[in-house]
Design a binder for this molecule. Structure first.
Ligand code: ADP
Ligand code: MG
Length: 381
């Protein structure tokens, strides 16, 4: 049975009728561009080959019933009118309903079953996969006529205002705007996006994700603190956002800022430059040549922005020492996941080396798995 058939069957078993359709939306990996989003800079994520699939059927009575194949997510039933008050896992889906309602879309009620292969909390944005699949499905079935770019904002508002997580547009953009075999180059100021070729199989490469399964207690405080540093630096330099600071301006910035704030600002400036460099190298030479940029990005996050962790540094150094072309932590930092760009035949060796070194160091076993660029969100049937 195909994946979509099994989701259709699960929907029928749960709700006693066939769904009207099935939609998928992928998780993502951020290839490069960390903490640049809220500085109105550049990011370069790609949709991965793991997706949330939702099956949906409209109801006329204003009620909504939600179920997930995920064992930790109990079925939820309620009223569409209460969408904005949703809590727990249903907040990601009902947050989308609420954000659509805010835009004047009338949502009549529906039954929805979701089955996702994006692991939760591994830094691959299982949450945006859920939101994007739901937003695309409702937009189509209700003929709401919103563009993909508007659906990105619908997902963001769901996450900001109903879930309560202060996230940008990176995750939903990757999920909704990706094309197969491409990364999404996103300008977080203008919100313009462009596909950039990322043919890993064609170059004999894969990306290994190392989920350290460690989230340090100060992660939330650290994120807010870095944001505050960036805002302070921009204010002291008289610019709207650190996006407006050019590499050539760094000596002046160093004179005006205290040492720590300067290093934070330097990460943003050099990281934006590295995103642009990665885009240009991907277009001219291909993914086999971006390893060094990934390595430099990690050093900048470790030494200048100080958001890495001992586990992430160990994963990155071990991957680099065992033949990875490049490696870096990815995501907000203070734990979470690292990525390594490796030749396909080396993937097993690199993964085993990382697992071995974590064992020797007495650390919890990481999850190591391969991802490839996959298609963006789309209707399946
Ligand atoms: P990430 O997006 O990095 O995976 P988040 O904490 O942002 O981590 O989102 C994870 C949450 O999303 C889960 O705790 C759960 O509430 C929800 N979620 C993700 N996938 C599923 C799923 N398949 N079924 C139900 N809820 C899910
Ligand atoms: Mg998330």
């Amino acid at each position: 049975m195909s994946r979509v058939e099994s989701v259709q069957q699960a929907f029928r078993e749960t709700f006693g009728m066939a769904p009207e359709g099935c939609w998928q939306a992928p998780g993502r990996v951020n290839l490069i561009g960390e903490h640049t989003d809220y500085n109105q800079g550049f990011v370069l994520p790609f949709a991965i080959d793991r997706q949330a699939v939702v099956a949906l059927r409209r109801r006329a009575d204003g009620r909504v019933r939600l179920a997930s194949a995920h064992p930790a997510s109990k079925p939820v039933a309620g009223r569409v009118a209460d969408a904005g008050a949703a809590r727990g896992w249903s907040a990601y889906l009902l947050g989308v309903v609420w954000a659509l309602q805010q835009r004047g879309v009338e949502v009549p009620g529906f039954d929805l079953f979701v089955d996702s292969t994006v692991p939760t909390g591994a830094g691959l944005s299982s949450s945006a996969a859920l939101e994007s699949a739901t937003a695309l499905a409702l937009n189509e079935l209700l003929q709401a006529g919103l563009s993909r770019e508007e659906l990105v904002l619908v997902g963001q508002h769901a996450e900001n205002d109903v879930v309560g997580a202060p996230t940008g547009i990176l995750d939903q953009s990757a999920s909704l705007l990706s094309e197969a075999g491409h990364a999404v180059f996103l300008d977080c100021r203008s919100r313009e996006s462009e596909p950039v070729p990322l043919d890993l199989p064609g170059a004999g490469l894969v990306i290994l994700v190392v989920d350290t399964k460690v989230s340090h207690a100060h992660a939330d405080g650290g994120y807010a603190d870095r944001r505050a540093s960036c805002e302070r630096a921009a204010a002291a330099l008289g610019i709207a956002a650190l996006r407006d600071l050019e590499p050539a301006d760094l000596p002046r910035a160093e004179r005006l800022l205290d040492q720590e704030t300067f290093r934070r600002a330097r990460h943003i400036v050099t990281e934006n430059a590295r995103v642009l460099e990665t885009v240009s190298v991907l277009r001219s030479a291909g993914p086999g040549e971006i390893g060094g940029i990934l390595d430099r990005s990690h050093r900048s996050m470790r030494d200048d922005f100080e958001i890495s962790s001992p586990e992430l540094d160990l994963a990155v150094a071990t991957a680099q020492a065992n033949g990875a072309l490049g490696a870096r932590m990815t995501g907000g930092g203070f734990g979470g996941s690292a990525i390594a760009l490796v030749r396909e035949p080396d993937a097993g060796k690199v993964g085993a080396a990382v697992e071995a070194v974590f064992r020797t160091a007495g650390l919890a076993a990481p999850d190591v798995f391969e991802v490839l660029p996959g298609p963006g969100a789309q209707r399946l049937v």
